[in-house]
Each structure stands twice: as C-alpha cells, then as structure tokens.
Design a protein around this ligand. Sequence first.
Ligand code: SAM
Length: 216
Amino acid sequence: MGLSCGNPTAIASLKPGDVVLDLGAGGGFDCFIAGSKVGATGRVIGVDMTPEMISKARRNMATYTEQTGLANVEFRLGEIEHLPLADASVDVVISNCVLNLSPDKPAAWREIARVLKPGGRVAVSDLALLRPLPEALRTDLEALVGCVAGAVSVSEMRSLAESVGLGSIELRPKPEYVDALTDWNDPLYQRIMQALPAGTRPSTFVVSLDVTARKD
Ligand SMILES: C[S@@+](CC[C@H](N)C(=O)[O-])C[C@H]1O[C@@H](n2cnc3c(N)ncnc32)[C@H](O)[C@@H]1O
C-alpha cells in the first residue's frame, strides 16, 4: 500500500463535508481513512506522480466502496509541485512521508498555500533531520528512497511553512517512530543503518515529525 512516516488523518481533525487533498497518495491508504471521516458530503483527492501507484490506488478503491458504500475518493496523476487543482478549493491538505522526496520543496509548499481555502488546514507527517547527515548517507539513493536523504531540518520545515504565509504552525517530533522502523527489520532501514558511522542509528539523524498549520 505504501511507506508512511506517521498518521496524518489522526492529526487533521477531519469533519463531515471537508474537501481533503493527500499529497503523494501512494496506494491510497490515508485517502480511504480520510474518506470515511468526511463522509458522503465530503471529498478526498489523492495526487501521485507515479502512474503505477495511481493504478494501484484506483484498484484499491473498489474494496473501499464495497466496505463503506462511499464513492467520495478520487486519484489524480500529478506532481505536488504543480498540483492539478484549482486555487482555494481544499479544506485540508494531508501528506504522509512525501514532502521529503520533493526536489523543489518551496514550490510544493507554495502549491499547498495556493489550493487551500482561507481557514484551510495542513496536517503532514514527514521525516526531518535532527543533525546533518554523514556524506555517505546524504548521497545514498536508498537513503533518498527511504525518505531520509531528502529530509530538511525541523527548523527548515517551519521556515518553509512560514514562507508561504501559513500560520498556527505546530511541529511535534515523534522519536520512537524511526527506531520502530529500524527494529522491525525493515530491509531499507537495515541497509541505511549499514551506511551509518559506528554507534549511530537512523534515529540519531532523523525524526518523524507531525506538522500542522493553517491558512489565515
Ligand atoms: C513514501 S511513499 C508514501 C505513500 C503514501 N503517502 C503512504 O503513506 O503510504 C511516496 C509517494 O509519493 C509519491 N511522490 C514522490 N514525489 C512526488 C512528487 N514530487 N509529486 C507527486 N507524488 C510524489 C511517490 O510516487 C509515492 O507514491
């Protein structure tokens, strides 16, 4: 279904009727949770740039509709730096472990601010850096795919949200999350661990971060 850094739908305070956008929806897991929360009067749009993930998410939709009776989720092929959505059309932007992958994070944040309605909210889970990565990891393709090498620092995350005019920004680090990924013997994290200096773990460098903000 996907690879996640947290649970954005748990921090998004979704309510019936909300229009929700999921950036980098993957197999659609968070879209389906959001869809159940916003109900028949709400709508969820999942955007992903990978055609295979869009196809997978659309296939998963059949099970979602069968189980909930809802047809309120759709998936669109697109990049989060160029969202296929109108200005001021979304109540809540969620995203799970995707912003770190963006090669142009300021553009992705500008797009978030553009598509949000006034009063709209952001609820993002992502990985963020606690300290600079060792060179070997910073340039490691697997560490990029594993959502580590592309991550920005916790303070840069705040600056990105501030730079597009969002307010009420709250950042909540969850240190236990990355340790859990490593301890579960996730193969990607095991390989990342081998590239680290002796005596360090992925959680020495990265943390799972919940980010909430509001467009005033
Ligand atoms: C780590 S997965 C997370 C998927 C999902 N959010 C989850 O929690 O399971 C990253 C997803 O983001 C998509 N993605 C990465 N960069 C993107 C971009 N710039 N624009 C749109 N989608 C992107 C990938 O295709 C992939 O499906």
